[in-house]
Design a protein around this ligand. Structure first.
Ligand code: MG
Length: 412
């Protein structure tokens, strides 16, 4: 069994004007879909963030001719980035698991659960210019609007864990949002609330916010501030668990975190840590260290969502509902056959078919690739300026401006 064909296709899909600590999401999100085929006709798909088609193409000679079941040396020998490997490994596992006639999670050792629980990933946002989106197309620019968005997510998908993506407005606004959200979704009814301002606060501000929201029983405080050491300082002042996908986001960060004891809950992500097998290994590290394990998510299409589903199913240490950005993918903009994967009561069922359980819709893939090549990206400058006339661009990082206006950190 050898890989005989492969291709990497960058795609662009509509994105809603979501706000975070650096600014506003652009009008399109970019992903790369990797597809392989083996000599005996098995296919596999993988997905990762951004356009990394060039990097993957540069590894063509490495990928072609490889046995997708031989993963151990493949991981050691990979010379590219973890996020490129994540897509290649997912495609290899998909094909190998189909050959073994097992779902991916069972192929890699067996499932710890038949369904996986997810968290609502809630944002302050502008109304979408074209009213596009699967959910919450209206604006949420204040705490009341934020709670309305949460109600939409809870009604539509059944989530019990709610994540506040804070850090765009001042900390007082985030505190008020937390208060209102807790009032509407009480802990006694089974709702958990977490907040993530993406390291936009100083340690002093983080302590102040922690003190203000303690009475609302946060599930955890995610990346309020910048470093492992800063979180260790924060922990001297609050019992709210700290969580991170920013300062502990790779194997190299495990030892410093063990030494400084800054982060209590790791938000694993196979795109960041280097694959589905790496997610399982993150779970082992969390077990050894006594840390919690949750999941990070960003802009996923169906292939990444399926990969996260199998990674979470196969990792017994997962003990928090993982974030899922997937509801923000438009109903008609995925690249998989048969429509989007579905949430039920806040959970997603692990498929019982061989492989990942998703197949690429070639026509949809081709359309999104055309969109990537031809459509002009809008950085939504006017929307931000309408509420912050002083917003200034820090300039494009490359030919695509990221999150206008890219505020400096810490901001408060
Ligand atoms: Mg985060």
């Amino acid at each position: 069994m050898k890989i005989s064909k492969f291709k990497a296709t960058p795609v662009a899909m509509h994105d809603q004007p979501l706000l975070n600590s650096t600014g506003v999401h652009e009008s399109y999100r970019i992903r790369t879909i990797v597809q392989i085929e083996t000599t005996d006709g098995y296919t596999g798909a993988g997905e990762t963030s951004g356009d990394i088609s060039t990097e993957i193409e540069n590894n063509r000679s490495w990928i072609e001719g490889h046995d997708p079941r031989q993963m151990t040396l493949a991981r050691l020998n990979w010379s590219g980035s973890p996020r490129a490997w994540a897509a290649v490994e997912t495609a290899m596992l998909d094909a190998a698991a189909k050959h073994a006639e097992l779902p991916v999670c069972d192929y890699i050792g067996g499932r710890a659960r038949d369904r996986v629980e997810w968290a609502a990933y809630l944002f302050y946002k502008f109304a979408d210019e074209n009213g596009k989106g699967e959910v919450a197309t209206g604006e949420a620019l204040d705490p009341e609007g934020f709670v309305r968005q949460a109600e939409e997510f809870v009604t539509k998908y059944g989530f019990k864990a709610l994540k506040i993506k804070g850090g765009f407005f001042d900390p007082e606004t985030d505190i008020e949002t937390f208060r209102l959200l807790r009032k509407r979704f009480p802990k006694k009814d089974g709702y958990e609330i977490r907040i993530d301002p993406n390291a936009v606060w100083t340690v002093e501000t983080s302590i102040r916010v922690a003190k203000a929201i303690e009475e609302y029983e946060p599930q955890y405080l995610e990346d309020p501030t910048d470093s492992i050491a800063d979180h260790a300082e924060l922990k001297k002042h609050t019992d709210i668990p700290t969580a991170s996908n920013m300062c502990v986001s790779a194997f190299a960060h495990v030892k410093p975190n063990a030494k400084l004891d800054g982060i209590d809950v790791i938000l694993g992500d196979h795109h960041h840590w280097g694959g589905i097998l790496a997610y399982k290994e993150t779970g082992v590290l969390c077990r050894v260290m006594g840390w919690g394990l949750s999941g990070h998510s960003n802009n996923a299409l169906g292939v990444s969502q399926a990969a996260m589903l199998h990674a979470c199913a196969a990792t017994p240490e997962l003990n928090f509902p993982a974030d899922s950005h997937y509801p923000w993918t438009d109903t008609d903009e995925d690249v998989i056959k048969g429509g989007k994967l579905q949430f039920k009561d806040g959970f997603m069922d692990v498929p019982d078919v061989p492989g990942l359980g998703v197949e690429i819709d070639e026509e949809a893939l081709s359309q999104r690739h055309e969109q990537f090549k031809t459509d002009t990206l809008s950085n939504r400058q006017e929307l931000v300026l309408s509420i912050d006339p002083n917003a200034k661009s820090s300039g494009p990082k490359n030919d695509r401006i990221i999150n206008f206006p890219n505020y400096q950190k810490p901001r408060w």
